[in-house]
Ligand binder design. Structure first.
Ligand SMILES: [Ca+2]
Ligand SMILES: [Ca+2]
Ligand SMILES: [Ca+2]
Ligand SMILES: [Ca+2]
Ligand SMILES: [Cu+2]
Length: 364
């Protein structure tokens, strides 16, 4: 799996830190021997997130989490594992459990800690080594010499592109994103469709949205959607050490009260994001918004149809503090691509969304 290497290196880093740092053992519960391995992680809670955001273990592993907070008291909770542990200031809390249930579990903060509290979370991934790895989705961007009109209406030309399916994995499982891509030597185009039973685009509810992510650094964990809590300008989602280009379309943007807005964003390592912005055009920090998109809700088929385009090559390759924040595309190459979707009608916003794993974008 593409994301595995990134997770493994994070695991290794965490183990090194655990060995190097002495800690007070709190809430220590001895656990008998199991068939699994010992897995240790340093988990830092902060306003508003956890680092790391993904913890991957195998079924049966004896997991030890060394919990600490960077700022105010937080909690670490996983409902399905009956875990709910307070994390107090200047106290290291050791939490141990056997990862006996395979699956993907949301971990979240259980102590109210401010504006971004609801967004503070991450994922415990418990793999069953006997289960085969899921297949990686690939979308092929065929070459075309016809210019695509970005209007949310399916051009003739789209009929020659092959459709791929990306399925969401985290929290809201099994939503399907149907993706097509074309490129004409200058621009890359995407046609995205997904099922949604209500168009949330008038500002009375949270908005429907979709985001595309492109791994820039080559080692980013899965990290889709908002890279920060916009109103407080604090990074909320971290992506290990990686940098990801994010294209974030909203049916309705409440800040500008406009329909069909696409933000050109990026996410990076937490320490870097703290000092910087997350949107390419944010107060003139970062780069330029290089994206065009239009979405139309098809009442009949109950789905959003969104067309997006960008130049294959953008200018945002040397932004202070980050370097490249827009993925650059070359025909004949392959890239890591992932998706997130939000259904505003279900109250989904910011970090509450349905997310796919990394797949492959292949440019012909
Ligand atoms: Ca069109
Ligand atoms: Ca840009
Ligand atoms: Ca960008
Ligand atoms: Ca909706
Ligand atoms: Cu918290």
């Amino acid at each position: 799996m593409v994301s595995k290497k990134a997770i493994n290196s994070a695991v290794l880093g965490a183990i090194v830190v655990v060995i190097a740092v002495g800690y007070v053992m709190m809430n220590y519960t001895p656990i008998g021997t199991t068939s699994g391995e010992d897995k240790n992680f340093d988990v830092v809670a902060f306003q508003w997130g956890f680092e790391p955001q993904f913890i991957e273990v195998n079924k049966g592993d004896h997991v030890t989490l060394n919990l600490s907070t960077d700022d105010v008291p937080h909690g670490f909770a996983i409902s399905e594992y009956q875990i709910n542990e307070p994390i107090m200031i200047e106290e290291d809390t050791k939490l141990e459990f056997i990862a006996d249930k395979p699956g993907i579990y949301h971990y979240y903060c259980s102590i109210p800690c401010g504006a971004g509290h609801d967004e503070q979370g991450g994922y415990l991934i418990v793999k069953d080594p006997l289960e085969p790895e899921p297949e990686i989705s690939t979308v092929t961007s065929a070459q075309t010499d016809v210019e695509i009109t970005i209007d949310g209406i399916i051009d003739e030309e789209w009929n020659q592109a092959t459709e791929s399916i990306f399925t969401t994995l985290y929290v809201h499982e099994d939503r399907k994103i149907f993706a097509k891509s074309l490129n004409d030597g200058e621009k890359i185009y995407f046609l995205l469709r997904w099922q949604d039973d209500d168009a949330n685009n008038d500002g009375t509810t949270e908005t429907d949205r979709i985001a595309l992510g492109f791994d820039i650094s080559g080692n980013a964990d899965i990290a889709m959607g908002a890279a920060g809590v916009p109103h407080v300008k604090v990074p909320q989602r971290t992506i290990g050490e990686g940098v990801v280009d994010i294209w974030h379309w909203k049916a309705f943007d409440s800040h500008t009260e406009s329909l069909n807005l696409i933000d050109d964003e990026f996410a990076g390592p937490f320490e870097q994001l703290k000092e910087h912005y997350y949107r390419d055009d944010d107060n003139k920090h970062g780069g330029n918004n290089d994206l065009s998109a239009v979405g139309v809700f098809d009442e009949e088929s109950q789905e959003w149809i969104v067309e997006i385009s960008r130049n294959l090559v953008s200018g945002d390759t040397a932004v202070e503090g980050f370097g490249m924040i827009d993925k650059q595309f070359t025909p004949g190459s392959e890239y890591k691509i992932g998706f997130a979707v939000w259904d505003g009608g279900r109250g989904e916003t910011a970090g509450k969304h349905a997310v796919t794993d990394w797949g492959v974008l292949r440019l012909e």
